[in-house]
Design a protein around this ligand. Structure first.
Ligand code: MN
Length: 501
């Protein structure tokens, strides 16, 4: 497997010149570290303040300080390996900023969502911070955490921030500084380390002030080499740790239960907004922070619009509803789709198409045992959909598999899979042409969408849109369907929905 433990890298000595700048609490007297003021001032839940969420030793639920340290070590190891074969830089400085708050209108914020690269490496949930990892070819590394500057007035309005004197111990890093020191820090590091590579994602700035510091820093020295660390982080994020798998399982369990409730409360003439509200409510009641994306709740022929999110129509008797929804649970996302008739009974045509999608999805899940690429799964989906539709006489008898695939692609114009994790479309820098491997989590989501304009199929099928999507963990013993608790078989769905009729 790609990730291996590099615990040896964690023992090192931080640069002494940087030590002078830092405010280190690791050696502070215990009485000071545990006083009530110390407890109160973190900018995010901690074991002391939120014992119902966080166990001792964890920075975020399920994920310990040492797991975050390992992630940073693994990143440095990848970068050093890359540097050893590609260039001669002796020192590396990796800069990963936190996201900034976004506003919908004057002083009215959107729900804050952290930059997932930053969250993955630190566990910090506060905006406008930054982490800098410096590493030398010898393997020595030092993590410096930059927190927001103290601001009593802002903290009165927005709640406490984690201050530099607390952050070192809290996040398990080597040192912490106020973010106003970032500029000085980078310049002083460059002074003492001449042959230096800067790793920073210049293409997608997530925090304006850090981006300005980096821009000025680069324009200061024409020779400064800079590269994007994102693909290295994505290669690590692709493989989930046991703690991450536990979080993903819980995220899927929550979503599955919410779907079950939404199915059992379905009835004709229900509004799409009401099904949305049911799923949102059930997810939050089970501890999810929010839905992972605007859900698709598409009744009737609206299900053939892949990204339909208006969710403002009524669903008539005899129609199905396609629901694509998932929650975010402590930073980990689930992504599930089910389609069911709101009156609890599939019509013969709905049943026919549902059974095609269902059998193809089951077959694709089984195929994961042989560790194909996601692109290969997509090709298989097109071929299998075409074949099944031909078997039930819905597409013409033409011998070529190319014809089947082309016709199927017209009925399912989206890919069948993506990587899943902290983000819904997780690790997008990882190509879908690599073989899947144990530790990865992917979706399997075939569908058939017969637009009302599509006159190549009989009228009774026009307007039918069905997708079935599950979240799959790849293991050495084969695929594990994390979303298995979500009803999927026709009999099970009919039974649950009918209970309410
Ligand atoms: Mn999906």
């Amino acid at each position: 497997m790609f990730i291996k433990s590099v615990k040896s890298l964690t023992s090192f000595k931080a640069d002494l010149t940087l030590r002078k700048l830092c405010m280190n609490t690791m050696n502070a007297p215990k009485s000071k570290r545990c006083d009530s003021n110390f407890k109160r001032n973190f900018g995010q839940p901690s074991f002391n303040t939120h014992p119902h969420l966080i166990k001792e030793g964890e920075v975020t639920p399920f994920i310990t300080k040492s797991e975050y340290q390992d992630r940073r070590c693994n990143l440095v190891e990848c970068i050093l390996k890359h540097a050893a074969t590609n260039n001669k830089e002796k020192s590396h400085v990796i800069v990963i900023p936190a996201a900034s708050k976004q506003y919908m209108s004057d002083k009215i914020p959107y729900v804050f969502r952290q930059n997932t690269e930053f969250l993955y490496l630190t566990g910090c949930q506060e905006p406008d911070c930054c982490v800098v990892i410096t590493a030398e070819s010898s393997g020595q590394l030092c993590t410096t955490f930059f927190t927001r500057d103290k601001d009593e007035h802002a903290e009165l309005w927005d709640g406490p921030r984690t201050h530099p004197e607390q952050a070192t111990d809290f996040f398990g890093v080597e040192q912490s500084l106020p973010i106003s020191e970032l500029d000085n820090f980078l310049k002083s590091y460059r002074k003492s380390n001449k042959n230096l590579m800067l790793w920073y994602d210049f293409l997608t700035p997530v925090q304006n002030s850090v981006h300005k510091v980096i821009s000025d820093y680069i324009s200061d020295s024409r020779n400064q080499k800079c590269d994007n660390p994102k693909s290295f982080i994505h290669r690590l994020r692709l493989y989930k740790s046991p703690a991450e798998i536990a979080l993903m399982q819980k995220s899927c369990d929550i979503t599955a239960k919410a779907f079950k409730e939404a199915m059992s409360s379905s009835k004709p003439c229900l509004g799409e907004n009401q099904i949305f509200a049911e799923i949102d409510y059930r997810c939050r009641m089970q501890g999810a922070e929010y839905l992972a994306y605007p859900p698709v709740v598409a009744g009737g022929s609206r299900a053939t619009i892949i990204h339909y999110i208006n969710n403002n129509q009524l669903i008539n008797d005899g129609e199905m509803v396609l629901v694509d929804a998932g929650c975010e649970y402590h930073g980990y996302s689930s992504d599930v789709t089910r389609t069911w008739p709101v009156n609890g009974k599939f019509t013969p045509q709905q049943r026919e198409i549902y059974e095609v999608v269902y059998s193809v999805q089951e077959e694709l899940i089984q195929m994961c045992s042989s560790l194909p690429t996601l692109d290969a799964l997509f090709e298989s989906m097109c071929y299998l959909l075409g074949k099944r539709l031909q078997e039930i006489g819905l597409i013409g008898i033409q011998p070529s598999s190319e014809y089947l695939m082309k016709t199927a692609y017209q009925l399912c114009p989206h890919h069948v899979s993506h990587y899943l994790g902290m983000d819904i479309h997780d690790t997008p820098m990882i190509n879908r042409n690599i073989n899947i491997a144990p530790g990865m989590i992917i979706t399997i989501e075939p569908g058939i969408y017969v637009c009302e304009k599509n006159k190549s199929l009989p009228k009774e099928y026009q307007g039918i849109g069905i997708r079935i999507e599950d979240d799959i963990l790849i293991t050495v013993n084969g695929p594990v369907v994390l979303s298995r608790k979500c009803p999927k078989h026709i009999d099970e769905i009919e039974k649950i929905v009918c209970q309410n009729q």
